[in-house]
Design a protein around this ligand. Sequence first.
Ligand SMILES: [Zn+2]
Ligand SMILES: [Zn+2]
Length: 148
Amino acid sequence: MTTFPISGGCICGSVRYTVKGPANCVVHCHCSQCRHGFASLVVTGATIDLNQMKIDKGEENLTTCTIPSGVRRQFCRTCGCSLFYFDDKFPEVMFYYPATLDGGMHPGHAKEAEHHVFVESKADWEAFEDNLPRHAKGVGIAALGKSE
Ligand SMILES: [Zn+2]
Ligand SMILES: [Zn+2]
């Protein structure tokens, strides 16, 4: 099991961050905007409460872009690595890309808090086989936020 805090950062090392606690939820997104934005068939995001993230360095090196869905994505302007995103529909939480954690670390979420989302938008040739829940569209704050 993951011991917190854990750290991650961009490819070039300009931006480094520390996560203080486990992700509330992890989503593997199959939507077309993630597909184009990352040049990848699926993109994995993790939600945490805002106070669980600390940017250790390089915040000034982050560029923010708003994509058509309204999501604000932040990436390193030196190496292009995507690190964080914010969705005004879910102001209680922020998202980070757990694939940017050092050493492929597990973001610490509960097994049942991992979902495939926007499966209805996936590329026809994308095949995936696992037992995780699949949602045609997204999941709500009940899944994204901490359930206490
Ligand atoms: Zn970078
Ligand atoms: Zn997406």
